[in-house]
Design a protein around this ligand. Structure first.
Ligand code: GNR
Ligand code: NI
Length: 178
């Protein structure tokens, strides 16, 4: 297992569409393990392959990871397809490990049904609600080259990306000059 570096926007791989996994091999399982370790280390509640520079269509998530005393609930999701969405929408303040320290409200279906392969290559289908619904949609967006800021107005997105650029520059200056 390894903690991998997370790509920061703007980066071409974050804009690319991930390709379906043809067969769930040991290499795919190793990638999912590395992604979970990277996600817990960050820490985050989800991570898509694009974010660590891979275009395999896989994501990991654990929305219980942040609650103390609670057991971790790691999920490994391969080739996800949204098979149903609720009419009800919900708005959640989203953040992204690839857009550090920037947050904005995003409206999405409150619940989604997702069909996917598990780490054993077995087809699963389940309903995600609450924070899990927001998270799985955020991650599937990543696999399609979409970031949460792409759901905002151009004005809001530009403001946020400008702030990110400033933050990254400050970090680089600090790393160079102490
Ligand atoms: O850690 C994360 N938290 C989060 C909060 C609200 C909505 C979505 C997320 S996902 C994010 C990790 C990440 O960037 N996944 O792609
Ligand atoms: Ni993200």
């Amino acid at each position: 297992m390894a903690v991998l570096p997370i790509l920061i926007a703007p980066h071409p791989t974050l804009k690319a569409k991930a390709k379906p996994v043809k067969e769930v091999t040991d290499a795919v399982r190793a990638l999912l393990d590395d992604m979970l370790e990277t996600m817990y280390d960050a820490p985050g509640i989800g991570l898509a392959a694009n974010q660590i520079g891979s275009l395999e269509r896989v994501l990991v998530m654990d929305c219980g990871a942040r609650e103390e005393d609670e057991e971790t609930r790691p999920m490994k999701i391969i080739n996800p397809v949204i098979t149903g969405v609720s009419e009800e929408l919900s708005s959640y303040e989203e953040g992204c490990l690839s857009i550090p320290e920037q947050y904005a409200d995003v409206e999405r279906p409150a619940a989604v049904q997702v069909k996917y392969l598990d780490e054993n290559g077995k087809t699963q289908e389940r309903v995600f609600a609450g924070l899990e619904a927001t998270c799985v949609q955020h991650e599937i967006d990543h696999l399609d080259g979409i970031l949460f800021v792409d759901h905002l107005s151009n004005l809001k997105r530009n403001m946020l990306m400008k702030k990110l650029k400033k933050l990254i520059k400050e970090r680089e200056d600090e790393a160079a000059n102490g």
